[in-house]
Design a protein around this ligand. Structure first.
Ligand code: AP5
Length: 219
């Protein structure tokens, strides 16, 4: 199964992906997570990506496409993949289509997560991350056992650098200008599934699961 999670910042792509990855046993590939890992490890890729990410802009297509193409070559993608945050531009979508054709792995579906801007602002301003392992939490919906401390690493949680309100607004604008056109792109190709992602984390997962079952003709 080859799935894409499409949706604005904070729409819940990463949260949903964690459950879908287990359900379908396909690797969750988040371009944002790969960039952040490279930033933490101070690689050349991380250093190049960091300025774009911190300002709420997109990392250039060429860099991002090469990174994803390398990742999709890996053995664990033989069963399929779950892309989160890629593609984000028409250029990236065209590159992915060429790659899928080369690997004979056509897309199964593109889930379009629909969430209001005010919900996004609340979710992103409440998000906290572990600076050591990258695990995500939320002061409203995904609280750690001890306030402000990672359950796994016992270190103090931090806010993502791009979760400042001004950067969130810039990311939303970037999404509307550069990524939203992908909704029509995939709808025209008969791949888009609209999913309301406003409910609780569990309710959203069940909704998406049902939508995918319907699409795949499962009982
Ligand atoms: P990326 O990390 O992909 O950021 P994003 O798309 O802005 O998405 P987020 O991670 O902020 O949100 P999400 O939709 O995954 O929501 P989440 O599940 O975490 O990318 C970061 C940056 O990297 C980009 O801005 C860009 O610069 C660069 N980049 C990445 N990919 C690129 C590409 N292809 N091309 C170029 N540049 C690229 O949820 C958010 C919060 O809400 C969490 O705290 C969660 O607990 C909570 N939550 C989730 N669902 C629910 C729910 N149903 N109810 C209540 N709370 C919920």
């Amino acid at each position: 199964m080859q799935l894409i999670l499409l949706g604005p910042p904070g729409s819940g792509k990463g949260t949903l992906a964690a459950d879908l990855e287990q359900l379908y046993e396909i690797p969750h590939i988040s371009t944002g997570d790969i960039f952040r890992r490279n930033i933490r490890e101070k690689t050349a890729l991380g250093q190049e990506a960091e300025t774009y990410i911190d300002s709420g802009a997109l990392v250039p297509d060429a860099l991002t496409i090469t990174m994803v193409a390398d990742r999709l070559e890996q053995d664990d993608c033989k069963r399929g993949f779950l892309l989160d945050g890629f593609p984000r531009t028409i250029v990236q979508a065209d590159a992915l289509a060429r790659l899928n054709a080369l690997q004979d792995k056509p897309l199964t579906a593109v889930l379009n997560l629909i969430v209001r801007d005010e919900t996004i602002l609340k979710r992103l301003s409440g998000r906290r991350m572990c600076p050591r392992c990258g695990r995500g939490y939320n002061i409203h919906s995904q609280k750690p056992c001890a306030a402000g401390i990672c359950d796994d690493c016992q270190v103090t949680l931090v806010q993502r650098a791009d979760d400042k309100e001004e950067t969130i607004l810039k990311r939303l604008q970037t999404y509307k200008e550069q990524t939203e056109p992908l909704i029509a792109y995939y709808r025209e190709r008969g791949l888009l599934i609209d999913a309301d992602n406003e409910g609780t984390i569990e309710a959203c997962f069940q909704t998406v699961r049902q939508l995918l079952d319907d699409r795949l003709g499962r009982a």
